[in-house]
Design a protein around this ligand. Sequence first.
Ligand SMILES: *Cc1c(COP(=O)(O)O)cnc(C)c1O
Length: 386
Amino acid sequence: MIPYARHSLSEDDITAVVNALRSGNLTQGPMVPAFERAVCNYVGSKYGVATNSATSALHIACESLGAKSGDVIWTSPISFVASANCALYCGASIDFVDIDPQTFNICPDLLHKRLVRTKNSSQRPKILIVVHMAGQSASMDRIYELAVRFGFSIIEDASHSLGAEYNSRRVGCCEFSDIAVFSFHPSKIIAAGEGGIAVTNDKELAANMELIKSHGVTRDRDLFDGPSDGDWYYQQLCLGYNYRLSDIHAALGLSQLERIEQFLKARRAIARHYDEQLDPEFILAPFRGENRRSSFHLYIIKTKSPSTAVRDRLFDALVGQGIRPNVHYIPIHTQPFFRKLGFKSGDFPNAEDYYRRALSLPIFPDFPLSEASRVADIINEEAKLP
Ligand SMILES: *Cc1c(COP(=O)(O)O)cnc(C)c1O
């Protein structure tokens, strides 16, 4: 079966991991800070806190911004569940703002309306988690304006978006956000096995996240409450977790980062190829917004037909030909767990309509264009059937 996503490993990647294993440090050695610096240099942010997943990075990002019981956090219903769960880990409550049907990102107009309508300021969000779906940045300048006006923080869930650009700057430079989070799960742009990072330009947030990711414990005397008992001494200053990335994973991530331009180039070539091959009479290719460049973590088509039967038929036809597409995502608010929190079908109609029509076609660096043509042919044939 051809998957929708697959990592690309080189001999250099394998050597990098073996070297980390031979170095004597399996964790907390030099590879993690080297990887953090490399990601910061690449995206254009000042500080980076590597974690064992993007999910952990989202959690420490929310904690460092002070999310707690009684606070409200908003995000998009079209994302992986982790974008919403991070609010609940902190005891905050979660709510959603519907998507723009064209970009699949949170809709700035709906966000604006909702903020104006929410007269009681305690029900306005403390944090907005903006997801850059498939690797295309949301409209950050407009969202940032609203954040300033209504007084909330912004976390970018940029799990899909390493290498994506907005206004000619890389996503992760945090020009319009407090913190941005990337994932290094093997399906994403670069792989660390498992892994994530939270990047920021705010020194205090970075220090806070560093503490929370490692038990709330520090060996830094400058941070101690009172004098040190000796060289062995450490203090726990807050409640923390063990969310550290290992040196083995960081070595793989660092080695993969060296090939990111090659990965992005391949992904963008496949996307262009699909754009050209898919029949626009039946299929909506991904919309490309102004002043932005997608990293094409996903290539998501939408059927013109609003019926889920057409999308389901396309899915089955591809599976029948040995190709396994995917659907990203099931609207979070319709998951049984979120229904138990009070959400219901109909709450976010754009997201629900999107879900009936969306299909993620295979896209990954080693996926040949000839196979993309075959995928497009199958889609075009099936889509035009009555
Ligand atoms: C993959 C993903 C995550 C979680 O990443 P992990 O590194 O697997 O924890 C969070 N949000 C989005 C949008 C993702 O795609």
